[in-house]
Design a protein around this ligand. Sequence first.
Ligand SMILES: [Zn+2]
Length: 223
Amino acid sequence: MKLSKKAKVVIFLGPPGSGKGTQAKLLCQKFGLKYVGSGDTLRGRQKKNDFTGRKLTEVMNRGELAPSFIVVKILGDELEKIKKQPKIKGFVLDGWTRTDFEAILADESLEWYEWGKGAKVLVIKISNRESLNRLTKRRQCKKCGRLIPWIGEFRKIKRCDRCSGELITRVDDNIQSIKKRLEEYKKETVPAINYYRKKGRLIEINGEQSIENVFKDVLKTLK
Ligand SMILES: [Zn+2]
Protein backbone atom coordinates (compact mmCIF):
# COMPACT_ATOMS: atom_id res chain seq x y z
CA MET A 1 0.00 0.00 0.00
CA LYS A 2 1.00 3.59 -0.49
CA LEU A 3 0.72 6.37 2.01
CA SER A 4 -1.64 9.12 0.99
CA LYS A 5 0.13 12.34 0.11
CA LYS A 6 -1.24 13.99 3.18
CA ALA A 7 0.09 11.43 5.63
CA LYS A 8 3.75 12.41 5.52
CA VAL A 9 3.62 13.58 9.08
CA VAL A 10 1.87 11.51 11.72
CA ILE A 11 1.49 12.50 15.36
CA PHE A 12 0.87 9.75 17.92
CA LEU A 13 -0.95 10.23 21.22
CA GLY A 14 -2.10 7.79 23.85
CA PRO A 15 -2.01 7.06 27.58
CA PRO A 16 0.84 5.22 29.30
CA GLY A 17 0.78 1.58 28.26
CA SER A 18 -1.19 2.24 25.06
CA GLY A 19 1.71 1.00 22.93
CA LYS A 20 1.83 4.17 20.86
CA GLY A 21 5.64 4.08 20.68
CA THR A 22 5.52 0.54 19.30
CA GLN A 23 2.92 1.56 16.70
CA ALA A 24 4.90 4.67 15.74
CA LYS A 25 8.02 2.59 15.16
CA LEU A 26 6.13 -0.06 13.15
CA LEU A 27 4.77 2.68 10.92
CA CYS A 28 8.24 4.12 10.38
CA GLN A 29 9.61 0.69 9.45
CA LYS A 30 6.84 0.04 6.98
CA PHE A 31 7.13 3.31 5.06
CA GLY A 32 10.72 4.36 5.67
CA LEU A 33 9.67 7.33 7.78
CA LYS A 34 11.87 8.88 10.43
CA TYR A 35 10.89 8.18 14.04
CA VAL A 36 11.12 11.35 16.11
CA GLY A 37 10.41 10.44 19.73
CA SER A 38 10.68 13.04 22.47
CA GLY A 39 12.20 10.56 24.95
CA ASP A 40 15.14 9.57 22.72
CA THR A 41 15.67 13.12 21.51
CA LEU A 42 15.65 14.66 24.98
CA ARG A 43 18.03 12.00 26.24
CA GLY A 44 20.29 12.79 23.30
CA ARG A 45 20.15 16.49 24.13
CA GLN A 46 21.30 15.74 27.70
CA LYS A 47 24.65 14.63 26.33
CA LYS A 48 25.55 18.10 25.11
CA ASN A 49 27.59 19.65 27.88
CA ASP A 50 25.93 23.04 28.10
CA PHE A 51 23.54 24.58 30.60
CA THR A 52 20.44 23.03 29.04
CA GLY A 53 22.09 19.64 28.67
CA ARG A 54 23.12 19.55 32.31
CA LYS A 55 19.82 20.90 33.61
CA LEU A 56 17.77 18.52 31.48
CA THR A 57 19.71 15.62 32.98
CA GLU A 58 18.99 16.90 36.48
CA VAL A 59 15.28 17.48 35.87
CA MET A 60 14.68 14.20 34.07
CA ASN A 61 16.67 12.21 36.62
CA ARG A 62 14.27 13.52 39.23
CA GLY A 63 11.45 12.06 37.15
CA GLU A 64 10.07 15.49 36.27
CA LEU A 65 8.90 16.56 32.84
CA ALA A 66 10.96 18.98 30.78
CA PRO A 67 9.19 22.36 30.45
CA SER A 68 7.17 22.99 27.29
CA PHE A 69 9.42 25.70 25.87
CA ILE A 70 12.43 23.37 25.98
CA VAL A 71 10.45 20.54 24.43
CA VAL A 72 9.21 22.76 21.61
CA LYS A 73 12.64 24.30 21.06
CA ILE A 74 14.20 20.85 20.76
CA LEU A 75 11.40 19.78 18.39
CA GLY A 76 12.24 22.84 16.27
CA ASP A 77 15.90 21.80 16.21
CA GLU A 78 14.86 18.32 15.00
CA LEU A 79 12.64 19.79 12.29
CA GLU A 80 15.55 22.00 11.20
CA LYS A 81 17.74 18.87 10.84
CA ILE A 82 14.98 17.10 8.90
CA LYS A 83 14.85 20.07 6.53
CA LYS A 84 18.45 19.31 5.55
CA GLN A 85 17.42 15.85 4.34
CA PRO A 86 15.73 16.63 1.01
CA LYS A 87 14.91 12.98 0.32
CA ILE A 88 13.06 12.34 3.56
CA LYS A 89 9.62 10.83 2.98
CA GLY A 90 8.11 11.98 6.22
CA PHE A 91 8.28 11.43 9.94
CA VAL A 92 6.34 10.35 12.98
CA LEU A 93 6.16 12.50 16.09
CA ASP A 94 5.82 10.65 19.40
CA GLY A 95 5.58 12.39 22.76
CA TRP A 96 5.87 16.02 21.66
CA THR A 97 2.28 17.07 22.34
CA ARG A 98 1.79 16.34 26.02
CA THR A 99 -0.40 19.43 26.52
CA ASP A 100 -2.74 21.54 24.35
CA PHE A 101 -0.16 24.33 24.54
CA GLU A 102 2.50 22.03 23.09
CA ALA A 103 0.04 20.81 20.45
CA ILE A 104 -0.54 24.38 19.25
CA LEU A 105 3.19 25.12 19.17
CA ALA A 106 3.92 21.81 17.41
CA ASP A 107 1.41 22.85 14.72
CA GLU A 108 3.13 26.22 14.37
CA SER A 109 6.50 24.49 14.12
CA LEU A 110 5.24 22.12 11.41
CA GLU A 111 3.86 25.06 9.46
CA TRP A 112 7.07 27.03 9.84
CA TYR A 113 9.04 24.14 8.37
CA GLU A 114 6.44 23.82 5.61
CA TRP A 115 5.05 20.43 6.49
CA GLY A 116 1.67 22.05 6.13
CA LYS A 117 -1.51 21.31 7.97
CA GLY A 118 -1.74 17.75 6.72
CA ALA A 119 -0.30 16.04 9.79
CA LYS A 120 -2.49 13.18 10.85
CA VAL A 121 -3.13 12.81 14.55
CA LEU A 122 -3.72 9.31 15.88
CA VAL A 123 -4.73 8.57 19.43
CA ILE A 124 -4.38 4.98 20.64
CA LYS A 125 -7.21 4.59 23.12
CA ILE A 126 -7.19 2.25 26.10
CA SER A 127 -9.15 2.51 29.34
CA ASN A 128 -7.61 3.53 32.66
CA ARG A 129 -8.07 -0.01 33.90
CA GLU A 130 -6.27 -1.44 30.89
CA SER A 131 -3.40 1.04 31.36
CA LEU A 132 -3.02 -0.01 34.97
CA ASN A 133 -3.18 -3.69 34.08
CA ARG A 134 -0.62 -3.43 31.32
CA LEU A 135 1.84 -1.41 33.36
CA THR A 136 1.60 -3.47 36.54
CA LYS A 137 1.36 -6.89 34.94
CA ARG A 138 3.99 -6.59 32.25
CA ARG A 139 6.92 -8.91 32.80
CA GLN A 140 10.60 -8.91 32.17
CA CYS A 141 12.96 -11.73 31.23
CA LYS A 142 15.44 -12.37 34.02
CA LYS A 143 18.04 -13.54 31.54
CA CYS A 144 17.96 -11.12 28.58
CA GLY A 145 15.96 -8.23 30.01
CA ARG A 146 13.26 -8.32 27.32
CA LEU A 147 10.05 -6.59 28.37
CA ILE A 148 6.97 -8.68 27.71
CA PRO A 149 3.90 -6.46 27.36
CA TRP A 150 0.60 -7.48 28.94
CA ILE A 151 -1.13 -7.50 25.56
CA GLY A 152 -2.95 -10.13 23.50
CA GLU A 153 -1.02 -13.36 23.05
CA PHE A 154 1.85 -12.18 25.24
CA ARG A 155 -0.34 -12.67 28.30
CA LYS A 156 -0.20 -16.41 27.80
CA ILE A 157 3.52 -17.00 27.47
CA LYS A 158 5.23 -18.57 30.44
CA ARG A 159 8.86 -18.09 29.44
CA CYS A 160 10.78 -15.54 27.35
CA ASP A 161 9.95 -15.91 23.65
CA ARG A 162 13.51 -14.98 22.69
CA CYS A 163 15.73 -16.93 25.09
CA SER A 164 13.20 -18.97 27.14
CA GLY A 165 14.46 -17.27 30.33
CA GLU A 166 12.34 -16.92 33.43
CA LEU A 167 9.82 -14.04 33.50
CA ILE A 168 9.41 -11.77 36.50
CA THR A 169 7.09 -8.86 37.29
CA ARG A 170 8.89 -5.57 37.67
CA VAL A 171 8.25 -4.21 41.12
CA ASP A 172 9.33 -0.71 40.12
CA ASP A 173 6.21 -0.37 37.99
CA ASN A 174 4.52 0.58 41.22
CA ILE A 175 0.88 1.56 41.32
CA GLN A 176 1.45 5.00 42.88
CA SER A 177 3.73 6.28 40.12
CA ILE A 178 1.55 4.72 37.42
CA LYS A 179 -1.55 6.37 38.86
CA LYS A 180 0.30 9.66 38.91
CA ARG A 181 1.22 9.28 35.24
CA LEU A 182 -2.39 8.48 34.38
CA GLU A 183 -3.65 11.53 36.28
CA GLU A 184 -1.13 13.72 34.48
CA TYR A 185 -2.30 12.30 31.19
CA LYS A 186 -5.92 13.11 31.99
CA LYS A 187 -5.15 16.61 33.20
CA GLU A 188 -2.52 17.62 30.61
CA THR A 189 -2.83 15.47 27.49
CA VAL A 190 -6.59 15.01 27.19
CA PRO A 191 -6.88 18.78 26.46
CA ALA A 192 -4.36 18.29 23.62
CA ILE A 193 -6.56 15.51 22.23
CA ASN A 194 -9.58 17.80 22.49
CA TYR A 195 -7.67 20.50 20.62
CA TYR A 196 -7.13 18.16 17.65
CA ARG A 197 -10.70 16.89 17.88
CA LYS A 198 -12.08 20.43 17.65
CA LYS A 199 -9.96 20.96 14.54
CA GLY A 200 -11.46 17.81 13.05
CA ARG A 201 -8.06 16.14 12.76
CA LEU A 202 -8.28 13.45 15.41
CA ILE A 203 -8.34 9.78 14.44
CA GLU A 204 -9.19 7.38 17.27
CA ILE A 205 -7.81 3.85 17.29
CA ASN A 206 -8.94 1.07 19.61
CA GLY A 207 -5.75 0.10 21.45
CA GLU A 208 -7.29 -2.81 23.32
CA GLN A 209 -6.35 -5.36 20.68
CA SER A 210 -3.21 -7.26 19.73
CA ILE A 211 -0.29 -5.18 18.44
CA GLU A 212 -0.92 -6.55 14.91
CA ASN A 213 -4.60 -5.60 14.90
CA VAL A 214 -3.95 -2.13 16.26
CA PHE A 215 -1.40 -1.69 13.48
CA LYS A 216 -3.95 -2.85 10.88
CA ASP A 217 -6.31 -0.13 12.10
CA VAL A 218 -3.50 2.43 12.01
CA LEU A 219 -2.78 1.54 8.38
CA LYS A 220 -6.47 1.78 7.40
CA THR A 221 -6.65 5.36 8.63
CA LEU A 222 -3.59 6.41 6.65
CA LYS A 223 -4.70 5.18 3.24
ZN1 LIG B 1 14.88 -13.60 27.46
